[in-house]
Design a protein around this ligand. Structure first.
Ligand code: A2P
Length: 282
């Protein structure tokens, strides 16, 4: 049977400061500005209560407009945005711009988007974020695309341990060592491109599990993430697929089935390599 969506059936993950984040959220990477409000309104209507955007996606205003139009109480929606690489030296102003674009008094989670080690600024950005966190303009602060050595550098120089490390994870690119290290430090692991931008859905193991369960390949992959405690933010611009992805919360794979998907790791990224990625427009 295709998993059914039940009201409020999205599990929550408790972050290292006690803040709760819905484990299955909705990502808006690559959602065009002019479509963002409609798509996020659809996602909220479908039942998503966690929206993941970034200043670099240039669609924060659409996210904010959708939240305002939804009539859903602010405290019932978890909103993440991210600091652009080119603004690590001016994080305070960058954050205020994001908050204004979103039209929100506070942001639930603010992430350093990429470490950009060549810039040498992420520790300085983090110190600014610690102040914003202390002033309660942000409920939790975290990082994205941080590799083990970036985490080590940050932790040596900071007071607040990141709540989250948002990294590329999907069946063919799992970064297990990084996930284990993040978790051992108390940092929750969040998977971006959880479906491999759609590319992992055709894998034979995923397809055969989907037929076994009468589920879809995306539901199988998302259920595999959820069973590991990973926070996921699949993107879809299509209402039926948004709904389908939420249905993954109703699926439980056996440990042998989990292992079939885990065996798909091939070490092939679909995104940029954080050790060298330095795009300043991001
Ligand atoms: P679409 O927006 O047309 O639904 P990721 O979150 O890993 O980046 O994957 C996003 C990509 O996967 C998008 O191209 C999206 O296309 C596609 N996608 C999202 N959900 C599903 C689904 N349930 N079935 C098939 N493709 C999906």
């Amino acid at each position: 049977m295709m998993p059914e969506i039940r009201e409020n059936n999205i599990p929550a993950v408790t972050l290292n400061n006690g803040v709760q984040i819905p484990q299955l959220g909705f990502g808006v990477f690559q959602v065009p500005q002019e479509e963002t409000q409609r798509i996020v309104e659809d996602a909220l209507e479908t039942g998503y209560r966690h929206i993941d955007t970034a200043a670099a996606y240039r669609n924060e205003a659409g996210v904010g407009a959708a939240i305002a139009a939804s009539g859903i109480p602010r405290e019932d929606i978890f909103v993440t945005t991210k600091l652009r690489n080119g603004e690590q030296g001016t994080a305070h102003a960058a954050f205020q711009n994001s908050r204004t674009a979103l039209g929100l008094d506070y942001v639930d989670l603010y992430l350093i988007h990429w470490p950009v080690p060549s810039q040498g600024l992420f520790t300085e950005a983090w110190k600014t974020m610690e102040k914003l966190y202390a002033s309660r303009e942000i409920r939790a602060i975290g990082v994205s695309n941080f590799l083990p050595d970036h985490l080590d550098t940050l932790l040596k120089a900071s007071d607040v341990v990141p709540a989250v490390n948002q990294i590329e994870i999907h069946p063919t690119f799992q970064q297990q060592d990084l996930a284990v290290k993040s978790r051992s430090l108390g940092i929750a692991v969040e998977a971006y491109s959880p479906l491999g931008q759609g590319g992992d859905l055709g894998a034979a193991a995923v397809q055969s599990l989907a037929s076994r369960y009468g589920a879809t390949p995306a539901q199988i992959v998302l259920a595999w993430h959820l069973a590991q405690g990973t926070i996921v933010i699949p993107k879809s611009s299509n209402l039926a697929r948004m709904r389908e992805n939420l249905g993954a919360t109703a699926l439980t794979l056996t440990s042998a089935e989990m292992a079939e998907i885990t065996a798909l790791d091939s070490g092939a990224r679909v995104g940029a390599d954080p050790a060298v990625a330095a795009h300043s427009q991001l």
